[in-house]
Design a protein around this ligand. Structure first.
Ligand code: SF4
Length: 267
């Protein structure tokens, strides 16, 4: 039976929504972890070199990442949140590493997304097919920006995380493409229990954790307007003034969800 979520505003996902979901999805998060356990343990010779973008994720995976983020020391938590915000604003203009990557370490490794876990396990044929879809999506993104008078750099539009031959399966059975597809559907089904938020996250927030993070602070329309200005300024004269001001504000304010939210107003 579908759960009822006691959240006031059903139009957008706010920090309050995330807090309610974080407090009521222990069961779903445990099931997510059990699904991940069906993937084999792996070792990678290149370590985090492939973490050159923030993967798409389901809302349930985002909650797992936010939960892990909330468990970090305040300074590190805020630092990573600021990186997520920066990632959202500059990724059309620059190739930017995943914001959860700090130096050579994934700060949410135990709760990393399915996309991270499956990378290196897909067959080349399947990976190329996904890369082709991704290329098409980037081309249409480039066209949308061009309509606003902004030409995104070719190296950003052409960028693809290369197919990986360096992941070695340590234990557990090797999984094939059909098992990986099945697992990704099971994760989507688990996340769909968070209705209507799961669907909203996919459609309104295009399954982008960084977009969700920014909108929790600025709202959807303002976040998009600010992004257009920041990308234009970065590409025309490498101007980061507006972005640096936003990052400074993020650093000085509590996070919109989690432990900082609980302390909000008590200091
Ligand atoms: S979540 Fe972690 S493993 Fe996944 S891309 Fe980011 S840094 Fe890499």
């Amino acid at each position: 039976m579908m759960k009822k979520w006691n959240v006031g505003n059903e139009k957008v996902i706010t920090g309050d929504t995330i807090d309610v979901l974080l407090n009521s999805t222990h069961e779903e998060l445990a099931e997510l972890s059990a699904v991940y356990d069906r993937l084999p343990d792996t070792r990678c010779a290149r370590k985090t070199h492939c973490c050159s973008m923030l993967p798409e994720a389901t809302l349930l995976e985002v909650l797992a990442a936010f939960k892990r983020l909330g468990s970090l020391q305040e300074r590190q938590r805020r630092g990573i949140f600021a990186r997520i915000i920066e990632y959202f604003f500059i990724n059309p203009a620059r190739i930017t590493a995943c914001p959860f990557l700090v130096e050579t370490r994934c700060t949410i490794y135990e709760d990393r997304f399915f996309g991270c876990r499956a990378y290196g396990l897909w067959s080349k044929r399947h990976y190329d097919k996904m890369a082709g879809c991704n290329r098409q999506a980037k081309l249409s993104l480039g066209q949308q920006w061009r309509k606003m008078g902004i030409t995104l750099p070719d190296d950003v539009l052409d960028f693809q995380v290369p197919y990986c031959l360096d992941v070695e399966v340590l234990n557990g059975a090797m999984v094939d493409d059909s098992e990986l597809v099945l697992i990704s559907h099971e994760i989507a089904d688990l996340s769909a229990r968070l209705s209507p938020w799961h669907g909203k996250f996919n459609q309104q927030y295009v399954a982008d954790l960084s977009f969700l993070a920014v909108t929790m602070t600025y709202g959807i329309q303002s976040a998009l307007r600010m992004k257009i200005d920041i990308v234009r300024n970065l590409l025309t004269n490498a101007d980061r003034i507006q972005l640096d001001q936003i990052l400074k504000n993020i650093d000085n304010n509590p996070l919109p969800f989690g432990p900082d939210m609980e302390n909000h107003g008590e200091e």
